[in-house]
Design a protein around this ligand. Sequence first.
Ligand code: PGA
Length: 253
Amino acid sequence: MRVIIVKDTQQMGRVAADLIVQDLKKRAVYVLGLATGSTPLSMYQELIRRHREEGLDFSNVISFNLDEYIGLPANHSESYRRFMNENLFNHININKKLTFVPDGTIKDLCDVEKFCDWYEGQIADVGGVDYQVLGIGTNGHIGFNEPGSSLGSMTRIKTLTERTRLDNARFFDNDINQVPKYSITMGIGTVMKAKKVVLLASGKGKADAVVESCEGAVSSKCPASALQLHQYATYVVDEAAASKLTLEGYEKI
Ligand code: PGA
């Protein structure tokens, strides 16, 4: 696994943008897997800047988001569809019809299962994800694959842990009761099928999750540790998030 240690979140955004756009121009269709949360914001800002100032073209991009809360209307301020529109899609020339975010508004459980199969089918139909972007939870989750998730799992419903709901309460008036209890998330198996993966992390609060996932055992206790088995996984982490890494030889820029 390649680990790149950067100075701050701005540099993290630039390095991550470099990675995910390197093949963008070469392909007739380029498929991105995208993430929400605070972490990828600096990368999205950098992509928007490159589009505005350098003409970076997203017209050949299809995107699939990792996850979505169940039960929030699509226009809710914290829905991930809205997050993606406001923080990226509205500012670049991507075809919004080709931006997929799991539908958290479906009520019937059977329909959610059908939706999850459909989502996997859509990803497969376009040839799979070329570059998947990930954040990491303080508990090691990727997407909403909480500790204990099957390492082979595909898109499905997951119950959020109390840890994750507490972490995300900052977006819901600091009230855990407003944080949804369930989500639809790509599985760890879905993520592992992406051709390339980049995981971003910043801040001291992520240091335990970063060291456990990079240097600990591959285990469902730390879902991100599955990336140790990925053929092409890169971590881009700031110095604070990297502060508990112990092995030598990581790239520092
Ligand atoms: P964050 O969330 O980027 O808001 O820290 C990351 C995650 O939970 O995967």
